[in-house]
Ligand binder design. Structure first.
Ligand SMILES: C[S@@+](CC[C@H](N)C(=O)[O-])C[C@H]1O[C@@H](n2cnc3c(N)ncnc32)[C@H](O)[C@@H]1O
Length: 223
């Protein structure tokens, strides 16, 4: 699976105690945590909503969401068990354990395990690490747990129309993306085909001030 290239590596207890998980998920801990939190708040996330954070990592955004949401309303899932351990470490550090965040390990988007529907679903910096089949599997799985008027926000690196078999240097940030290896880029056409296959509607939000040029998409259940 694509994530095993980088995110398959398990961090040690010492790595987590030293806070190395923060760099492992891409750094920019404060900036990207706050950016995703403020973005969803501007899009209407309120404490009573239920949020599913797909590829939650060690809760760079999650600590903000858990603090904001009512007890038990934040669910996070990640393929990397050590990052879920690091997530628990971060919740303890932020004195948020009593907010009862629901955290799970799954590599196959087993999202039904939370036993609820979500008004908001987020996949922040996750699609760049997935092959297209995995993105499609993720979309299908999210559709099953999305509340009727729910919204699934996801970021990706955008390639020109028709796809691009050359590498792309994204500015700001200088990240280089590829069509056939991690970090991946996708064209709007390619993302639209995946949304269609998953029976979701898709709208490009585009630029949202991401410091490394990841663009934002929103998916909804088709009427
Ligand atoms: C760049 S990190 C972003 C983490 C988090 N969203 C954040 O903003 O800090 C990408 C995350 O996606 C996770 N991931 C990759 N493939 C996955 C999969 N198939 N299912 C769940 N999580 C996955 C990785 O383990 C990693 O935690």
């Amino acid at each position: 699976m694509a994530h095993q290239k980088g995110y398959g590596r398990q961090l040690s207890a010492a790595d987590i105690a030293d806070g190395r998980h923060r760099d492992f998920v891409g750094g920019l801990w404060e900036d990207l945590g706050r950016l995703q939190f403020e973005f969803l708040c501007l899009r209407g996330l309120s404490p009573s909503h239920h949020l599913l954070d797909v590829g939650c990592g060690c809760l760079r955004g999650g600590v903000h969401f858990v603090r904001h949401l009512e007890t038990g309303h934040y669910c996070g899932v990640d393929a990397n068990a050590s990052l879920i351990e690091a997530a628990r470490h971060e919740l303890g550090r932020a004195a948020l354990l009593e907010k009862q965040a629901q955290l799970a390990i799954s590599q196959n988007f087993d999202l039904g395990q939370f036993g609820r529907r979500f008004e908001y679903v987020l996949a922040l910096s996750v699609f760049p690490h997935l092959v297209r089949d995995e993105i499609c599997r993720c979309l299908v799985a999210v559709r099953r747990v999305l509340a009727p008027r729910g919204q699934f926000f996801a970021t990706f690196f955008e390639a020109p129309p028709g796809g691009d078999r050359q590498s792309i240097v994204h500015q700001p940030g200088g990240i280089v993306t590829y069509h056939d290896r991690d970090p991946f880029h996708q064209s709007i056409d390619q993302m639209q085909a995946l949304a269609d296959a998953a029976q979701l509607s898709m709208t490009l939000i585009g630029d949202w001030n991401h410091p490394r040029d990841q663009k934002m998409l929103v998916f909804r259940r088709q009427e």
